[in-house]
Design a protein around this ligand. Structure first.
Ligand code: PGU
Length: 392
């Protein structure tokens, strides 16, 4: 059989796999190096007690006659869908329009299948690499429009560039830049999509990290249900990157040009491609959204943001131009004239610190490094010490 030629248009390895390989090669050369990772955004703290109780109690009940369960509804347990709608969206969305998943990344891929092969997609540049790679694999590089988001345009895209796109993938607070759209900016984007009948996919994986009253959901903007799908994740807020749980909201108000509801196709797609998220994860999610779980998640998020704040101060003291780090657990650090892979290699060799090269998030990311604030506190402090030594 012939290869899907789009695979020749993506890098042979996914960004974080590439970094893992480089780490492995480095450790083969220097087996005693004690590497610190400020690279992949992965949580490090144990699952908190109330949420963990949700996971363990369902796990043990599965071993009893009365508690055993098989397949559940593909779109998720109603109690969890209701809790997401009420607790996270303050009933701005219907539980019925919340589709539980095994994580945001998995739904990003499934959404590409929903949009099909003819669609043109606009992406923020830089952006979480899964949007670009899944777009290319589905329909090739020519279908993609990049919207540069740099310090020069205050990380707000020139929407005129997206005129020909059918779908806009957007992320706020942004991975990797940490930029947060204001209510006014988001309202501008929603209006743009409404006027031109485009669909927005809005990724809120970091919404609980927002400080102050910035928009946590696109549905805070009036009329957004007519143009937007929203993706969420428990990975970064409950430490579920290994447990796997997320959701996608596809409102019944969202329609194609031809008038058919998008939600019906999403339902058709997930019931066909997917057999639902693990009921163990889903019960963890239910516990996470109870009052005790919510306060544990807030504490966890504060912990990671504090670490990010320490890194932010350190990079500033070292004289770097730094963005982000307030509403997201990432810093976006401008390198003084270096390419991002050169800076990545240099930090790895000299400080034994792993980072993520900005170019891995798109062309406009070259000349930047993304620094993750996820890590044990002692490790973050050790990394800061090494950065100071490395700059002297
Ligand atoms: N959306 C955004 C904006 C993300 O940053 C991430 C993870 C996800 C979705 C994935 O969420 P799940 O619910 O866990 O599937 N970003 C991390 C991990 C990288 C990766 O590709 O998985 C990061 O370092 O950017």
């Amino acid at each position: 059989m012939r290869r899907n030629t789009h695979f020749s248009q993506v890098a042979s390895r996914y960004l974080f796999q590439e970094i893992r390989e480089r780490k492995r090669d480095f450790l083969q050369q220097y087996p005693h190096a004690e590497l610190i990772s400020l690279s992949i955004g992965d949580t490090t703290e144990p699952i908190t007690p109330h949420i963990c109780q949700g996971l363990t109690s369902i796990s043990s009940s599965l071993g009893s006659e009365a508690g055993y369960m098989g397949y559940g509804p593909e779109q998720g347990i109603l109690e969890l869908r209701q809790a997401i709608a009420t607790t996270l969206y303050h009933d701005r969305v219907d539980a019925d329009d919340v589709f539980v998943s095994d994580g945001a990344k998995c739904d990003i891929g499934r959404l590409q299948t929903l949009f099909g092969p003819e669609t043109s997609v606009a992406l923020q540049d830089p952006a979480y690499p899964a949007y670009l790679d899944t777009s290319i694999i589905h329909r090739g590089r020519d279908s993609i429009i990049l919207l540069p988001c740099t310090p020069e345009n205050h990380f707000f895209p020139d929407l005129a560039l997206a005129e020909k796109a059918d779908v806009l993938f957007l992320c706020s607070p942004n991975n990797p830049t940490g930029a947060l759209f204001s209510h006014e900016q988001l309202a501008t984007i929603v209006q743009f999509a409404k006027d031109r009948k485009k669909i927005i996919v809005f990724d809120t994986a970091y919404s609980l990290y927002i400080q102050g009253d910035g928009p946590r959901s696109i549905y805070e903007i009036a009329g957004a249900k007519e143009v937007a799908i929203e993706i969420g994740s428990f990975s970064k807020i409950a430490g579920f990157s290994g447990v796997r749980l997320g959701w996608t909201v596809v409102p019944k108000e969202l329609h194609y040009h031809s008038g058919e509801p998008v939600r019906a196709d999403w339902m058709r797609l997930i019931t066909t491609f997917y057999n639902g998220s693990s009921i163990i994860s889903q019960h963890g999610g239910i516990a996470a959204l109870q009052p005790a779980g919510m306060s544990e998640m807030r504490e966890l998020v504060s912990f990671y943001l504090e670490s990010t704040g320490l890194l932010l101060e350190a990079f500033k003291q070292l004289g770097y131009e730094v963005y982000g780090g307030i509403h997201a657990p990432y810093l976006w650090v401008r390198l003084q004239g270096k390419s991002s892979w050169d800076a990545f290699d240099e930090l790895l060799r000299t400080a034994h610190v792993l980072t993520t090269p900005g170019i891995g998030f798109g062309e406009s990311g070259d000349g930047f490094l993304r620094i993750s604030g996820f890590g044990k506190r002692a490790t973050i402090l050790e990394a800061i010490g090494r950065l100071h030594r490395y700059r002297q």
